[in-house]
Design a protein around this ligand. Structure first.
Ligand code: ACO
Length: 336
């Protein structure tokens, strides 16, 4: 896990403002305390001030007093954020009353803080569903310029050192887009390759997966992966991207050389792109549970600012690491 150490060091060297909208959730406040103690980020907690203080006292969290606390019902920029939200969403039919109500919702406030330049990234989802975390982010922060689709990648630290970078692989989309079109799948492939470049510092070898390798099966689902591969190769001709590949052809050199002898990626893929959310979500959870891999993510890709959704089963350490990842992405975005 040297990678995480590197990310933590980088975050420390250029502290970013990370907002945690679930400020009264126990694991979140514990992670916040450790993040402040270790100087990883400037933390903004959203939640009732008295409740946060009471929880910090009960849990003996001495560093929480250094967090910025925004009470969702009574924070200084409430009117400004209400107007900002109305401006952004009135063309979608939002009324002033709806905007005022949503400007009291911690998940909306977190995104409005980022949009207004008051925070650099957000981590939520210890308490809320993926949909509830993502919807305000998609509506307010939106996608990065030139990107139309948001997706979620996982860093999978497997015990199988012969694959990827000493067992580390990226998998996507495991979190957001249920049934991507070929062009969305192409964008997801390039975005995941870019995440590998940004976070792992490794040249991506991107395999777009299927149940077929190079024409071994014929089906409209295979055609979608073939089209996505062609589009992805055009989107970034500098990146090694290939498909359609079965998982074994993508990963295992002896299988790759038999099934796809002309492929630059077969047998050495370090980025696995799944054809649908069903396959991606199921696959990463199986690798995590049956393969005893550590899964870090979902790392949202394609959003105009770093927002990450946690699993509701997340640990304090998961939240801590995701803050470091968001901080690194915010630093990288500012250096562009
Ligand atoms: N990329 C970019 N923008 C998107 C995407 C996307 N993938 N999906 C929706 N949007 C935009 C829409 O264009 C729309 O923008 P607009 O209102 O400005 O026009 C806005 O987001 C809202 O779109 P809706 O379609 O109304 O939103 P929806 O209610 O469908 O929610 C969501 C979108 C939350 C991403 C939904 O598709 C979803 O719930 N996906 C599955 C998430 C999930 O459950 N994942 C598995 C669990 S995660 C895990 O296990 C790690």
């Amino acid at each position: 896990m040297d990678l995480i150490k590197q990310l933590l060091e980088k975050a420390k060297s250029n502290k970013q403002r990370i907002v945690l909208p679930e400020g009264t959730e126990v694991r979140t406040i514990q992670a916040a305390d450790q993040l402040i103690r270790d100087g990883i980020a400037d933390i903004i907690l959203i939640g009732n001030q008295e409740q946060i203080k009471k929880l910090a006292t009960e849990l003996d969290l001495k560093n929480i007093e250094k967090a910025t606390i925004a009470d969702p019902l009574n924070y200084p920029k409430k009117e400004e954020y209400t107007n900002l939200l109305l401006e952004l969403r009135k063309s979608k039919g939002m009324t002033p009353e709806q905007a005022a109500k949503l400007a009291e919702d911690p998940l909306y406030i977190g995104c409005l803080m980022i949009k207004n330049g008051d925070a650099d990234g957000e981590i939520a989802g210890a308490q809320n569903t993926t949909g509830d975390v993502l919807r305000p982010a998609l509506q307010i922060i939106k996608t990065a310029p030139g990107i139309s689709v948001v997706s979620g990648a996982f860093l999978m630290f497997t015990t199988q050192k012969q694959y990827g970078k000493d067992g580390l692989l990226l998998m996507a989309d495991c979190a957001v887009t249920p049934d991507p079109t070929a062009s969305q799948l192409a964008e997801i492939a390039v975005a995941t390759g870019n995440t590998a470049r940004a976070l792992v510092g490794e040249e991506p070898q991107v395999a777009i997966l299927s149940f077929s390798t190079k024409g071994s099966a014929k089906h409209p689902l295979v055609d979608k992966v073939i089209e996505a591969t062609q589009l992805a190769q055009k989107l970034d001709p500098t990146m090694n991207i290939d498909g359609e590949l079965q998982a074994d052809a993508a990963l295992v050199p002896s299988v790759g050389s038999k099934k796809a002898p002309d492929s630059k990626v077969a047998g050495k893929a370090n980025v696995l792109v799944f054809p649908s959310l069903e396959t991606g979500n199921i696959a990463y959870k199986l690798v995590q549970r049956l393969g005893a891999a550590e899964a870090i993510g979902p790392i949202l890709q394609g959003m105009a600012a770093p927002v990450h959704d946690l699993s509701r089963g997340c640990s304090v350490n998961d939240i801590y690491n995701m803050v470091a990842i968001a901080a690194n992405q915010a630093i990288a975005a500012k250096q562009k």
